[in-house]
Design a protein around this ligand. Sequence first.
Ligand code: DNO
Ligand code: MN
Length: 389
Amino acid sequence: MLMTQTMRWFGPNDPVRLRDIRQAGATGIVTALHEVPNGAVWERDAIAVRKAMIEDAGLEWRVVESLPVDEGIKTRSGDWDRLIDHYRRSLTHLAACGIDVVTYNFMPLLDWTRTDLAWELPYGARALRFEAVAVAAYDMFILKRPGAEASYSDAMRAAAEKRHASMDERARIALERTIIAGLPGSEEGFTSPQFLAAIETYAGIDAARLRDNHVAFLEAVCPVADDLGIRLVVHPDDPPFPIFGLPRVVSTEADVAELFARVPNASNGLCFCTGSFGVRADNDLPGMVDRLGSRIGFLHLRSVEREADDAFHEADHLGGDAGMAAVVAAVHRLSTCEGRSIPMRPDHGHQMLDDLNRTANPGYSLLGRMRGLAELRGLERGIAHGAAS
Ligand code: DNO
Ligand code: MN
């Protein structure tokens, strides 16, 4: 069984059009009702209209990414019951429209985080990059988060101070925006004062408490998802370690194994994102595919290259540190064994060729993702052929 090739589409406002995605060779679309505010119900009619738009372009709405989990659920505060009721209703409406894979994440406040959206590669394409020292510089000297110093080693503090001193006002504002204004697909964006206030809402929520809140969410929605035949797949933390003193609890194999042990429902699944897990050298990616197997309902395939000092940049899909051939071989074993075609997307791609002169969502321009998809497709075909001959 080969993977189902999909691409993310941000809806009618995405400069990348459905017909472009079709030409790239994908058959499936991954999208969300991005216009619906966090915590509100996705109405059945709105889902059906978006689905028809996708089908008119000859594609299938294969996966939802994301059905946002409101901060009130993550902090388990305020109108938790009402938010859970909304989540269940949205799932019911999605199932009624025939959509059965729903992605979410449980990262406090920030979704995926980068510090540079246009980092030039030696051959002229541009990549997304994360540098912990830039985050520390922003945290201590621009955001001025109370107690921030305690989050960093002496060496990191010194490097961050130097980095901050080397930036002019424009660079500081650009860094602030890159980190907290909200990358594509993020559910929220902040200004620095808003971000400081939001961090306060996590006072007293440590990793253990966040895990409990995650379990409480799953215990409330998984029985409904089980009945509906929906797989809820959690996207791992990106990057897979705490930032801004906020806990992150979906970063390692042990984290997700614990989640599946505590909530064994069939609907409790994983979006296996190689670019997120792969930032940590201690995550054994092919081994995770082997061991987490049936829990994996969706694949994000891309690679990162780890640099010194907790920095990384997004590498070519078959390059970098992911070891993509071994990952895809493990996926092939899994799908062959279970007889199911797992949806995948090339996750992000480099900005390259004509896309360097076009505006698109960072990480989500067409040509780099098309290149990634083509390489992954070829890799999988080769592996399938080798396995069959
Ligand atoms: C970034 C994405 C994430 C992902 C969410 C899922 O490119 O992988 O924003 O969609 O974390 O909820
Ligand atoms: Mn991902």
